[in-house]
Design a protein around this ligand. Structure first.
Ligand SMILES: Nc1ncnc2c1ncn2[C@@H]1O[C@H](COP(=O)(O)OP(=O)(O)OP(=O)(O)O)[C@@H](O)[C@H]1O
Ligand SMILES: [Mg+2]
Length: 668
């Protein structure tokens, strides 16, 4: 069969001939129309293109469609203007009024109609297990053509009340034989008319659809299942405008952490409800599976794309949330953020630009906003530098890293960093063991003098444990770390666990003021490793850390979690990979923010379930975030605050617009 084309007028008002509901436009011939499409005798019209059956099921289906159908569906009124061969009306319950339709686009009367067109069989109609073999197309009537976009969500009803939820994946003009523009005749006519002779209606406008899910109602509740049935040829296609249908179609949870509003092509999806937007939320309870926060989040976007703004808005939501622990307790989450640009302690403060009207709207939508009182800036103390701390009003607490953390939390790599090779690492570990055996809370300075002892070097060399050349190399490396990081005049971080992690509290660790990237790295890695260690350990040093659901955020995460060929990188990556794997069980979520997602080590990246991707220009970066092609193609065009959300265990992949306003202070 070729060519099912329906220009159905399903408007039941304004058509004097229509007294019984939806009707099928005007028919050129009649077909046996019991079973939609099955009997469509091709009506060959000279060039081999058939005008085939449009079954009455189209009308029936349209009528049975969904809750919010009001009987005015039916695409544009291709309204039988020429009065030829009217076939009569198709009653809503009548399955049998099939027929061949005639193309009567001229009559479109411009009334705003709910439908955008009808399902076409012209190039096949098939819903297949393998998506590549699916062929679902809709003819879009002329006055709806400007309204549809790639990505637009459409509904196609089945006769029994179920609905196919689908998405436009392609739009094309196809040739209509009668006005074939590649003929001598047409060309001459159009040239005569000065090129003005083209009209929309001269062409077919066809939308290719990707069926997402079948919507059906069960016990009064709308549900979804995989797209397992094919719609009727000629079925009415209309834009999805009901929030419940859209959310169900895309599997977006009703409750959870607010990320923004569902969008298509940068425009928020509009519904008939109030507010007219569709909120996108991330599942955050144990009703089905785990809260997705403990399956980890990545925010990726180029410089200035709005990562920090978006991250503040999302992180703010977590500060009011509780999670059920294994012992049945409900515990409030603590958030710890590593902050390279000194921006996040501002979450303590209100955003002056957020007015009362916006605040009310956010309240209505259940979006947390306003500065978070329980915010502490936990400031790394390094010799010779000071923290200005003028950009926010959060409380400031200084801390130092005691050298003994190297022993207590087993992180020898912290002492010598990235430059240590596989040979030197065991030597360093051995030297540290020996040192801490004699000096319980030994300091960095003490370790340096310990290494200065020529007798020790000789002894280790003689006994074959550490070659003297290796010894010297290790010593040089240890001397090479920034000298002002360890054991400064501030409280050791190991004694600040209850400040670092507070249920319902936000702790920000600013690093912008530190002297070097190595110093920043040392602070971030020491504190984060300590937290992860306590979270995962069977014998945690800090009960507070152990017992509090924790969200660990890292801006510019690529600086700390990049894969590299050295001992430190390997240890850090393995710690974070393990943390990510155990996160669900231990209630530890990673929230990574980066402009270089391609640099995040693969084993860590693989554990991240939720990806928010803002504008990214770099092809490597785009391909590294590994999101479906339909989404990744949009990424270079995202405006500030627009993102694609790929969270396969939460919903279908979608485009979301974040709040244009920051719910806490951001910037000056
Ligand atoms: N959704 C939005 N609507 C309007 N303005 C925004 C939005 N998101 C961010 N901005 C503004 O754009 C600027 C850059 O935003 P932001 O600091 O969040 O970007 P970033 O990606 O973190 O940049 P960087 O790479 O410098 O860290 C800020 O002035 C911010 O206020
Ligand atoms: Mg930023």
């Amino acid at each position: 069969m070729s060519g099912a084309r329906v220009d159905a007028d399903m408007t039941d008002s304004g058509d004097p001939n229509d007294s019984s509901g939806p009707e099928l436009g005007d028919f050129e011939a009649f077909g046996a129309g019991d079973d939609a499409g099955s009997e469509s005798t091709p009506a060959t019209n000279g060039n081999g293109e058939g005008e085939a059956a449009a079954d009455a099921d189209a009308a029936t289906a349209a009528d049975a469609s969904g809750a919010d159908r009001d009987g005015t569906g039916g695409g544009t009124a291709a309204d039988a203007a020429d009065g030829a061969g009217r076939s009569g009306t198709a009653d809503a319950d009548d399955d049998g009024a099939g027929g061949f339709t005639r193309y009567a686009m001229e009559a479109a009367d411009g009334r705003a109609a709910e439908g955008v067109g009808t399902v076409s069989v012209a190039q096949g109609l098939r819903v297949a297990e393998d998506g590549d073999e699916t062929c679902l197309r809709a003819f879009v009537t002329a006055d709806n053509r400007d309204a549809v976009r790639i990505g637009t969500y459409l509904l196609v009803p089945y006769p029994d009340g179920e609905t196919l939820f689908s998405r436009i994946t392609a739009l094309e003009y196809a040739q209509e034989f009668r006005t074939d523009d590649a003929t001598e005749l047409t060309a001459r006519r159009r040239m005569r008319e000065g090129g003005d002779g083209f009209t929309e209606a001269d062409y077919k406008f066809v939308a290719e659809l990707d069926p997402t899910a079948v919507l059906f109602s069960q016990g009064g509740e709308l549900k979804r299942r995989m797209a397992d049935r094919v719609p009727k040829p000629g079925a009415l296609v209309r834009q999805a405008t009901d929030a419940d249908q859209i959310k169900t179609g895309l599997a977006i949870p009703d409750d959870g952490v607010f990320l923004g509003h569902l969008s298509v092509g940068g425009e928020k999806v509009r519904t008939a409800a109030e507010p007219p937007t569709v909120d996108y939320r991330l599942k955050d309870d144990y009703d089905a599976g785990d809260p997705l926060v403990f399956r980890h989040t990545l925010v990726a976007g180029g410089t200035g794309s709005g990562k920090t703004h978006a991250s503040k808005n999302v992180l703010r939501q977590y500060l009011d949330r509780t999670y059920e622990m294994d012992d049945g307790r409900d515990a409030r989450a603590g958030v710890v953020l590593f902050d390279p640009q000194d921006e996040y302690a501002q979450m303590h403060d209100d955003n002056d630009a957020l007015n009362a009207e916006t605040a009310r709207r956010l309240d209505r939508e259940g979006v947390a906003h306003g500065g978070h009182d329980d915010t502490v800036a936990l400031v790394p103390k390094e010799a010779g530098v000071s923290y200005p701390g003028s950009g926010h009003r959060a409380e400031q607490v200084e801390f130092t890293i005691p050298f003994s953390i190297v022993d207590e939390y087993d992180m020898p790599w912290l002492v010598a960093g990235a430059s240590l090779n596989e040979n030197q690492f065991p030597a360093l570990a051995q030297l540290l063991r020996r040192f801490f055996r004699n000096y319980d809370d030994g300091t960095y300075e003490e370790f340096l003098s310990f290494l200065d002892d020529p007798a020790l070097k000789e002894e280790l060399h003689e006994s074959g444990r550490v070659h003297e050349a290796t010894y010297d190399a290790v010593k040089r490396r240890v001397r090479g770390v920034p000298s002002g990081v360890f054991d400064q005049d501030a409280k050791p971080i190991t004694e600040l666990d209850t400040t670092l992690v507070r249920p319902g509290g936000l702790t920000v660790v600013p690093t912008y003021h530190l002297s070097s990237s190595r110093a920043k790295e040392m602070f971030v890695l020491a504190v984060s490793t300590m937290l992860v260690d306590d979270k995962l350990s069977n014998d945690p040093t800090s009960r507070r850390v152990d017992e509090t659901p924790l969200l660990l955020g890292m801006d510019e995460a690529h600086n700390f979690l990049a894969e590299a060929d050295n001992v430190q990188a390997r240890k850090v990556i393995s710690t974070f990979t393990e943390a990510a794997k155990q996160g669900r069980k231990e209630r530890l979520g990673l929230f990574l923010v980066t402009q270089d997602p391609q640099d995040i080590a693969d084993p860590v990246f693989k554990q991240v379930n939720t990806r928010l991707v803002l504008n990214l220009g770099d092809d490597d970066a785009i391909s590294s975030v590994n999101i479906p092609p339909a989404l990744s193609e949009k990424v270079p065009y995202m405006e500030k605050g627009q993102m694609v959300v790929y969270s396969p265990d939460n919903s279908e992949p979608v485009e979301v617009t974040g709040l244009p306003v920051c719910v806490t202070r951001h910037g000056d």
